[in-house]
Design a protein around this ligand. Sequence first.
Ligand SMILES: Cc1ncc(COP(=O)(O)O)c(C=O)c1O
Length: 296
Amino acid sequence: MQATNTKLLISGNNTLAIKREDLLFPEISGNKYRKLKYQLAKILASETKTILTFGGAYSNHIAAVAAIGKKHDLRTIGIIRGDELKNSISDNPTLSFAQDHGMNFEFVTREAYRQKESMIFLESLERKHGSFHLIPEGGTNELAIKGCTEILNTEDAQYDYICVPVGTGGTLAGIVSSLLPHQKAIGFSALKGTFQKELIETHTANKNFEIIDSFNFGGYAKIDEDLVRFINEFKSTHKIQLDPVYTGKMLYGIFDLMQKQYFKENSRILAIHTGGLQGIAGMNQTLKKKKLPLIL
Ligand SMILES: Cc1ncc(COP(=O)(O)O)c(C=O)c1O
């Protein structure tokens, strides 16, 4: 099992620590490593050496799959949402990184992308690209959740609350499955809604979790000056970089909830840093265009 270090951020009435999953590996960091670990083992043991997966313009998952492909000599194909992006790969830090790591792209319209789970669409991809291992958007499937059950280890038994950012809910599902009876998990949804609850409930009978979407900042990858300021102040105080899409929103939410005395007195809170730092360069391009302060 891969262990990560934990840093104490705040001690006092409640203590807050952060588990540095972002430091796991430079290019396959945080929950990406956990989600891909068992899928990779399965692929390496099989005949088919191609991975096909899906993602948006700045997807952490696309970057991680490309890096894994390069490291293990696997062919990788990324089906990318937004056919307008095909003419601007070199301007997009995530796509350039993936391309430099050998990923082949197929850019599709948003409408076509919505069909990504349909058999007709998948068969058409197979006719074009040959056989492949399909990894869903965000990397979430049974094996990904299994990998995420390894995030917490015996040293984390001291914590009462485990906080984790939520996209598809796969990472939270793994965490909830591995909680001890005295622990509660809190998922901070990076997008509007708490629909991920359903996925978690299909994977575990443990009901000791909650998903909060009050800190989504208007939706997936939406941010404002307040969040940028928080991320920059957090970095200057704690010397830890947060990303704007997932971990920044979660930590913003944890501090807000601590102020509102949401957590029981004298509790120990652990935030999971799930990585995602490769997305900062792309977000800064957007912030620059909008003449907003940049993430430092
Ligand atoms: C950095 C980061 N944190 C958290 C998440 C959320 O993970 P999940 O989709 O498993 O909820 C993602 C997306 O996979 C991510 O890239």
